[in-house]
Design a protein around this ligand. Structure first.
Ligand SMILES: [Mg+2]
Length: 230
């Protein structure tokens, strides 16, 4: 990977480098057992729908990431007609998110290799403590020259401002050889477009893009990235 096409590479974390589905499932199981639900898979769909809808509201600046923590469980308990303390459940869930979920195969080697070749940044929509503790646990925190988390900076993808903060933290003024890599068209790819940089859509499930948001490149595995970046 010498002579790279890009000198600045920005990554999303969830569902791009990290198996966030496994992280979510384990966190949800722990949270449900804290309120005595033995078969969490039967109610996961309800939670997942609520959680995803709340994160879309974060993208639209209607909520902050920190507000999602308890609100997702308040809405879940209401919809299911269950008793529980949404704040406590939120804390159990956040612990579960932090402690569970592994990097996708090849992700660690990829970021370790890139760290020596480019300005490597992470731009993630999420809760500061969760994302920082995950990166530390996974052993890749030091690979990134800047880690910008929406919950810490108060602005999120796809807004251009979080990218401005990332370039500032990286000390990079020229963006013509920068690329954003992520799985989410609405936040990562639209965000990269808003920031005026190239984008790579990580699309491991081969989803059809009917959004009208056009990535510069598309890959279905992380293995494709070294040759695309080179
Ligand atoms: Mg993602």
């Amino acid at each position: 990977m010498r002579e790279l096409r890009y000198d600045t590479v920005l990554f999303d974390l969830d569902h791009t480098l990290l198996d966030s589905d496994a992280s979510h499932a384990a966190a949800f199981d722990a949270t449900m057992s804290s309120i005595g639900i033995d078969d969490p898979s039967s109610v996961f769909e309800v939670f997942d729908r609520i959680n995803q809808a709340l994160w879309r509201r974060v993208e639209r600046h209607e909520l902050s990431p920190n507000e999602v923590k308890a609100l997702r469980f308040r809405q879940f308990l209401d919809e299911m007609g269950l008793d529980g303390d949404p704040t406590e459940m939120g804390a159990v869930f956040v612990d579960g998110l932090t402690q569970n979920g592994e990097l996708y195969p090849g992700a660690q080697e990829l970021v370790e290799q890139l760290a020596g070749l480019v300005a490597l940044g992470m731009v993630t929509n999420g809760i500061g403590r969760v994302q920082r503790d995950r990166l530390a646990r996974l052993g890749i925190a030091d690979c990134f020259h800047a880690v910008i988390i929406s919950g810490e900076v108060g602005t999120n993808k796809p807004g251009a401002e979080i990218f401005d903060l990332t370039f500032e933290a990286l000390g990079i003024a020229e963006r013509s050889r920068a690329v954003m890599i992520g799985d989410n068209l609405g936040s990562d790819i639209q965000g990269g477009i808003n920031a005026g940089i190239e984008t790579i859509w990580f699309n491991p499930t081969g989803s059809v893009n009917s959004t009208g948001i056009q990535p510069t490149h598309e890959v279905t595995t992380l293995d494709e990235l070294p040759s695309l970046l080179a």
